[in-house]
Design a protein around this ligand. Structure first.
Ligand code: AP5
Ligand code: MG
Length: 224
C-alpha cells in the first residue's frame, strides 16, 4: 500500500536512471514519474515514436538502433535539451536512457549549471548480463503508448494486447538475441563510466535490480 502513496517534495526533482539495457529503467522511471508527478523522458521512446511516424529524425535513428549502436550525440543531445525545456519539465523529470555517454552527461551538466541547477539523483539499477538476456527475450512493448510488459514477469491481461490503450504488443527489433549482445557491449564501453561520473558528483544511488519490480521500487522510494 505504501508503494502507491505519492512522493511529495517541495523542490523540483531531476532524476537520471542508469543501468544496462533491460535493467528495468523504463519500468521504474514510469513509477517514479507517476509518484512524483513529473514527466518520464525516454530518449529510446522518443526515437521509436519518430520511427513509427516516419520522421527524418526517426529514419536517422533507426539505422543505429537496429544494430544496437548508439545514435550519435549530435542528434541526441539537441533533441533532449529541447525536451527538458518544455513547460511540463518545470518541476523536474525522470531521464531514462539519457545520458548514455560521458559527452552527453557533460552537455547536460553544463546546460543545467547555466541556470544554477544540477541532477539531484542518479539511480543505477544493477542487473548481471545473464539476467538481461532473459528479460529482453520476454519483453513486449506497446509502440503506441510506450507501456512495457514481460511474458512471465509482467504479462498483460489479454495476450499481446496493451492494458492501457488496447494496441497490439510487439517484440522490439533490437530485442533479438544478437542485437542484445551488441547493446550490452556498447553499454559496458560507453555508458558504464557514467556510474563513476555521478558518484563523483555525489548523487549516485545503487539499487539491486534483480529483485521483483515492487521491491526495486520500494528501494527507490527510500532513496527519494
Ligand atoms: P532504450 O529504449 O533506452 O533501450 P535500453 O537502454 O537498451 O533499455 P531498455 O528500454 O531496453 O531497458 P530498460 O532498462 O528500460 O528495461 P525495461 O524497464 O523495459 O534505447 C534503445 C536504443 O535507442 C539504444 O540502443 C540506442 O540505439 C538509442 N538511444 C536511446 N537513447 C540514446 C542516447 N541517449 N544516446 C544514444 N542513443 C540512444 O525492462 C526490461 C524487461 O524486463 C521488461 O520486459 C520488464 O517488464 C522486465 N522487468 C523490469 N524490471 C524487472 C524486474 N525487477 N524483474 C523482472 N523483470 C523485470
Ligand atoms: Mg526502456
Amino acid at each position: 500500500m505504501r508503494d502507491r502513496l505519492p512522493i511529495r517534495r517541495e523542490d523540483a526533482m531531476k532524476i537520471v536512471m542508469l543501468g544496462a539495457p533491460g535493467a528495468g529503467k523504463g519500468t521504474q522511471a514510469k513509477r517514479i514519474a507517476e509518484a512524483c508527478g513529473i514527466p518520464h523522458i525516454s530518449t529510446g521512446d522518443i526515437f521509436r515514436s519518430n520511427i513509427k511516424a516516419g520522421t527524418e529524425l526517426g529514419q536517422q535513428a533507426k539505422a543505429f538502433m537496429d544494430q544496437g549502436a548508439l545514435v550519435p550525440d549530435e542528434i541526441t543531445v539537441g533533441m533532449l535539451m529541447d525536451r527538458i525545456h518544455e513547460a511540463d519539465c518545470k518541476d523536474g523529470y525522470v531521464l531514462d536512457g539519457f545520458p548514455r555517454t560521458i559527452p552527453q552527461a557533460e552537455s547536460l551538466t553544463e546546460a543545467l549549471s547555466r541556470t544554477g541547477e544540477a541532477i539531484d539523483a542518479a539511480i543505477d539499477i544493477e542487473v548481471p548480463d545473464e539476467d538481461i538476456v532473459l528479460r529482453m527475450g520476454g519483453r513486449r512493448a506497446c509502440l503506441h503508448c510506450g507501456a512495457t510488459y514481460h511474458t512471465c514477469f509482467h504479462p498483460p491481461r489479454l495476450e499481446n494486447i496493451c492494458d492501457h490503450c488496447g494496441h497490439e504488443l510487439v517484440l522490439r527489433d533490437d530485442d533479438k538475441p544478437e542485437t542484445v549482445k551488441t547493446r550490452l557491449e556498447v553499454y559496458h564501453a560507453h555508458t558504464y563510466p557514467l556510474i563513476a561520473y555521478y558518484r563523483a558528483a555525489g548523487v549516485l544511488h545503487e539499487v539491486d535490480g534483480t529483485k521483483n519490480m515492487d521491491q526495486v521500487f520500494a528501494e527507490i522510494r527510500e532513496i527519494l
